[in-house]
Design a protein around this ligand. Structure first.
Ligand code: SF4
Length: 431
């Protein structure tokens, strides 16, 4: 009988992809099968995130609960970003943990499982040329890493401490992976990296010359690929060539994530983001003008320690001008090992009031945006069965659309007329 693996993933799409790599490796080397039952598992893994503070607390409560419910002899492993930054402190705080595997060390999973108290958290370990096995959580789309790590040193961010310096994966490996996924039915390819549009800056061994725009074109040349998405591009690297390929290539979905973080040039400088308010506005508004159907999403941190009322007003100004379709917004939260860790925090009431003001105004903007979608017809790629005979998918510009239908729709692209638009979902019918 094959062994059973329970895996819990916290955090971003990169972590989800790391978990897929872990599952693929364990299936290949030790014939593991997935289970949803902790008490049934021979191996229990948690793949962690440390971008915000909550998941770190969650890690220790989760592994405590795993220990309580696991069957005799089952192993517990901690993987991912928190494993990278806490290292052997995890063994001290949770001695029943069997191994600790950092975010850039995923290819060592089999060794980790088979070596007592194994720990590997080297943030400069180079996995960029490692060919992982194939495992996808969805048969309809495939997430594919194109780079590892990040060279930026944004003052609030722990990622450079957990995922190390930036290395691009050779394009030959990426293209092979895309071809394989697309031939196996994944019509949508989702490219992942911390700064995807800085792709090609540094490779491990080869002297390849390839930038992100060229990579997008090569991927779009693969016949079976119907849609290409990516996250995250960095506003600093949004040059004209990139915008032109994005707008003009018919396979690239028209949704762009542009992480703003702050609308104030002063705060952006303090955060070491590398661009100004004016540059961000220039790029976002040029994109809107070149591609009127584009959806733009963003990340915003309010109440960075040096943020004044005027700085916050700049963030609100960018919100008014760009009218993002989606925002992910948070109060500044200091992370260990980062340059901003010890700065004096803004009063929490002030921070909360700014966050509410931003989110409330964005909700108003979003209501206006979604209302305009009623009566529109979209090409929707269906990916998910929902309760009560509903099927959901994404429009080319990334609206979540739901229709009544059956599983026959899954993996197909159909025209849908929108009857009712809500903030989170557009409801429609096939036409
Ligand atoms: S670009 Fe900045 S925020 Fe993004 S991962 Fe790198 S350091 Fe973190």
């Amino acid at each position: 009988m094959s062994k059973r693996l329970f895996i819990q993933t916290l955090g971003c799409a990169m972590n989800v992809r790391d978990s897929e790599h872990i599952i693929a490796e364990l299936k290949k080397t030790d014939d593991y099968e997935l289970t949803d039952e902790i008490s049934d598992a021979d191996l229990i893994l948690i793949n962690t995130c440390s971008v915000r503070e909550k998941p770190v607390h969650k890690l220790f409560s989760e592994v405590g609960s795993f220990f309580k419910h696991k069957k005799s002899g089952a192993k517990i492993g901690v993987c991912g970003c928190t494993a990278s930054h806490l290292g052997d402190e995890i063994f001290k705080r949770a001695p029943y943990v069997d191994f600790v595997l950092g975010a850039r060390n995923v290819s060592k999973i089999t060794t980790a499982v088979n070596t007592p108290k194994f720990i590997s958290t080297d943030i400069n370990f180079d996995e960029s040329e490692y060919a992982f096995g194939e495992f996808r959580s969805s048969p309809y789309k495939s997430h594919i890493n194109i780079m590892i790590g990040c060279d930026k040193k944004c003052t609030y961010c722990i990622v450079p401490q957990t995922r190390g310096d930036e290395i691009s994966i050779p394009s030959e490996l990426i293209l092979k992976e895309v071809e394989k996924a697309a031939k196996n039915g994944a019509k949508e390819i989702f490219l992942l990296g911390q700064n995807v549009n800085n792709y090609g800056k540094r490779f491990s061994n080869s002297h390849e010359k390839m930038d992100f725009s060229d990579l997008l074109v090569k991927i779009s040349d693969i016949k079976e690929v119907e849609r290409i998405r990516f996250t995250s591009p960095h506003p600093l690297h949004m040059d004209d060539k990139f915008l032109e390929v994005f707008v003009n290539n018919p396979k690239i979905c028209k949704s762009m994530h542009m992480p703003l973080q702050s609308g104030s040039t002063k705060v952006l400088r303090d955060m070491k983001r590398g661009y100004t308010k004016e540059w961000f506005l220039d790029r976002a508004l040029k994109l809107r003008q070149m591609c009127p159907q584009v959806n733009i999403s963003t990340d915003i941190i309010v109440a960075y320690p040096s943020e004044s009322e005027e700085d916050f007003a700049d963030t609100m100004d960018v919100l008014e001008k760009v009218r993002f379709e989606q925002i992910f917004s948070f109060k500044f939260s200091p992370r260990p090992l980062t340059p901003a860790a010890n700065l004096t925090l803004i009063d929490d009431e002030v921070a909360s009031a700014r966050l509410s003001a931003l989110q409330n105004r964005h909700s108003e903007i979003l209501d206006e945006i979604v209302l305009k979608q009623e009566g529109e017809i979209f090409d929707v790629y269906f990916e998910e069965l929902r309760a009560n005979g509903a099927v959901a998918g994404r429009s080319f510009s990334n609206f979540l659309v739901q229709v009544n239908g059956s599983e026959e729709l899954l993996g197909t692209t159909r025209k849908v007329k929108i009857n009712e638009a809500k903030r989170m979902v557009l409801y429609g019918q096939l036409v």
